[in-house]
Design a protein around this ligand. Structure first.
Ligand code: COS
Length: 391
């Protein structure tokens, strides 16, 4: 049984505690065998399951568009991700990508775009994806090469997209992609715009499916004279970089929450192991070496939780969280890696057997230190915000 005392921290309202209790009970019932052999199939089923359960309402903003509240509730998203990750990594992935993939629409979309996409995302009837990274532009987003050229016509114009995107989660199974492309209003970050591209649009294709250590749908996308109406642009032309960064400000904090969920599960597993495994005439937990490890694990988890929910609360207050989200993501993902590694060590040989919980966690945590801004990018962001504050 995980430590739930954090839900009494002043960051939360009563509804957040209720949300965790309801989801925890639902997940125990519905997510036991949710991880099938085929990742695509499992993800599709999980999106539907989460939609039917009403949980995806928290991934989108606006009650008129299927959302649970008027705006995105970062603390609710974090609680959902933490709880899902503790139960089943792929369920957390399915939830998170619905949110990240549609986040730009929730935050910056027109009412028509929100009506067209968000209710389906919230019901689990449309799968969303966020397409930002490119083979030569991962951390350095402003270096992106994928281009969208505006072509005038009597209907308000079209954009024609050419280029590639890679490491795109839900690539291959998504029904629509929020794609960032260079529109050239100004050089660098000020010349990028965001678009919604439906799967099946002529000129759009999946160039390659990518297998990773914790299997989930991932692909490289190709745009070859892919024409979309200008009404599919999200926000103003040239504002795409800010759209991407503001979306990441929400979801980076939620990556920290997912890492926290993985770490809590690892600590639960480690505690169960340490108290049940006998060696040299005593339980593993009776050794001071084990106790020191457990203390470090628990303290790391609480530090991560404090940073994560500070960032989530601060964003829900309407304040800037660029630095706080970066601190939370960096600390929670790096700490979770150490906590999970310590848990594997306590299991000994059993810890590396394919399919046991700590082995799965060990594979699952690794990517979180890389995606949505690697640890090194978070360090860059934190330092820049500090130095900016001096000016
Ligand atoms: N919210 C809103 N606006 C933001 C912002 C944020 N969090 N961060 C930056 N901006 C704005 C800046 O204010 C600036 O606006 P002006 O041009 O009006 O001054 C503009 O965006 C450009 O910002 P900046 O100069 O900081 O751009 P850089 O190219 O130097 O940004 C970093 C560098 C590293 C911060 C950025 O590229 C980044 O976050 N990279 C990681 C991306 C990532 O997570 N990739 C993984 C893909 S998702 S799996």
């Amino acid at each position: 049984m995980s430590d739930k005392s954090y839900l009494d921290w002043p960051f939360f309202d009563a509804r957040h505690k209720e949300l965790e209790q309801q989801l925890d009970a639902w997940a125990a019932l519905h997510l036991k065998d949710a991880h099938g052999i085929d990742a695509d199939d499992s993800c599709r089923k999980l999106v539907k399951l989460l939609g039917d359960g009403g949980w995806l309402r928290h991934a989108v903003g606006g009650t008129a568009f299927g959302g649970a509240g008027g705006t995105i509730d970062t603390r609710a998203i974090c609680i959902l991700r933490e709880t899902l990750a503790r139960h089943e990594g792929l369920a957390d992935f399915a939830f998170a990508m619905q949110g990240l993939g549609s986040g730009a629409i929730s935050l910056f979309g027109t009412d028509a775009q929100k009506h067209a996409y968000l209710p389906k995302v919230s019901r689990g009837e449309a799968i969303a994806a966020f397409a930002l990274s490119e083979p030569q532009a991962g951390s350095d987003v402003a270096a992106m090469a994928c281009a969208a050229e505006f072509v005038e016509n009597p209907d308000g114009g079209d954009y024609v997209l050419n280029g590639e995107k890679t490491w795109i989660s839900n690539g291959g199974i998504a029904d629509f992609y929020v794609v960032f492309a260079r529109t050239g209003e100004q050089p660098g970050a000020r010349g990028i715009s965001a678009f919604i591209v439906d799967a099946g649009t002529p000129g759009f294709s999946i160039a390659e499916r990518i297998d990773v250590i914790a299997p989930h749908p991932l692909a490289r996308l190709k745009f070859d004279h892919c024409r979309i109406p200008a009404t599919q642009r999200i926000g103003e032309g040239g504002q795409g970089f800010k759209v991407a960064m503001a979306t990441l400000d929400v979801f980076r904090t939620s990556v920290a929450a997912a890492a926290l969920g993985f770490a809590r599960r690892a600590l639960d597993e480690a505690l169960a192991r340490a108290t049940s495994r006998q060696m040299f005439g005593q339980a593993l937990a009776d050794f001071q070496l084990t106790q020191a490890k457990l203390a470090q694990m628990a303290t790391g988890i609480d530090s991560s939780a404090l940073l994560t929910y500070r960032a989530a609360w601060q964003r829900d207050q309407g304040r800037n969280v660029t630095k706080e989200a970066a601190m939370a993501k960096m600390t929670a993902t790096e700490t979770a890696q150490q906590v999970i590694d310590a848990a594997v060590q306590m299991f000994g040989g059993l810890g590396v057997v394919s399919g046991v919980p700590v082995e799965r966690l060990y594979r699952e945590i690794r990517a979180l230190r890389i995606y949505e801004g690697a640890t090194e990018v978070q360090q860059l962001i934190i330092a820049r915000e500090l130095l900016k504050g001096l000016k």
